[in-house]
Design a protein around this ligand. Structure first.
Ligand code: CO
Length: 284
């Protein structure tokens, strides 16, 4: 990607509000990206994005196959148990875990005793040829995360790159995940391959996004308009107040989807097989 070449300026095609739902007295949730079939093509390769505020015991042990989950802990301490790494791990505020479920993991994510965790969990689809890949965990620690710094701007890079600053995060499907913290009046640009789909989620404050400077405020999501496949593109962000926003963007797979519960495959037969394998203890 050339820095002096022409880049398509991305617009914003849709803005929507995330709404909080009470699931129980200790669990509130909002679905920012919904897994419904009508939406999927727009945000392919992403399947869903959920924001959760939860106490200990909200989620039980459960399996996954055919996807990656990217869990970003914004507040609290989240304990993580799984059947692959053979033990317990802990994510602190600012950390993220990139879990490639591949052919199958069984895990549990539980706040530490007495803690309420505020997290975002993204599901990234895996391409048909990689759905049964070997499971893998990458802990992205806040202390080690690459940061792009410009006057009035701090951009944390979970995956992909920003302004030439890269992460070592390993992707199956190429994904750019960055968090912007901007002071009022500051403008930054984020480069993206033209074929990526993507969206912003505003965590705090208010800003203007994309070619037309579309306003986005706390708890709103903004879907990027298209770039041109094979050509570089970029998107502009301007803070009107102190602004904290996440950008998720990735290369679409354009493959058939069969999804049920924690399994996302290409056909119904593969979903039946996933349940069969789980019952037969083949996820261990
Ligand atoms: Co899970």
């Amino acid at each position: 990607m050339s820095d002096n070449g022409q880049r398509t300026q991305r617009g914003i095609k849709r803005v929507w509000n995330a709404r909080k739902n009470d699931i129980s007295s200790t669990h509130r949730n909002s679905l920012i990206l919904e897994p419904g079939p009508g939406h999927f093509e727009e945000h392919d390769p992403f399947l869903l994005l959920a924001e959760d505020w939860f106490g200990r015991g909200s989620f039980d042990v459960h399996p996954h196959r055919g996807i990656e989950t990217v869990t970003y802990v914004m507040e609290g301490r989240l304990e993580h148990y799984d059947n692959k790494s053979g033990g317990k791990d802990e994510l602190l505020a600012g950390d993220a875990q990139w879990m490639t479920a591949g052919r199958g993991v069984i895990h549990k994510e539980d706040p530490a005793e007495g803690e309420t965790v505020h997290s975002l969990q993204l599901w990234v689809n895996l391409p048909s040829g990689e759905k049964m890949t070997e499971p893998r965990y990458q802990n992205l620690r806040a202390a080690n995360m690459p940061v792009r710094e410009e006057p009035g701007a701090k951009i944390r890079i979970f995956s992909g790159e920003s302004g030439g600053v890269k992460t070592p995060t390993v992707n199956v499907v190429p994904v750019t995940m960055v968090e912007f913290r901007l002071e009022p009046g500051v403008t930054v640009k984020q480069d993206l391959p033209g074929g990526y789909n993507g969206f912003f989620f505003v965590l705090e404050g208010e800003g203007r996004f994309g070619r037309e400077g579309v306003k986005g405020t706390e708890r709103q999501a903004l879907m990027l308009g298209p770039g041109e496949e094979g050509l570089p593109s970029e998107v502009t962000i301007t803070a009107d107040t102190p602004l904290r926003a996440l950008l998720y963007a990735g290369q679409p797979l354009r493959e058939p989807i069969a999804a049920r519960g924690p399994f996302v495959m290409n056909t119904e037969e593969q979903i039946r097989q996933a349940y069969q394998d789980y019952r037969d203890g083949k996820f261990v």
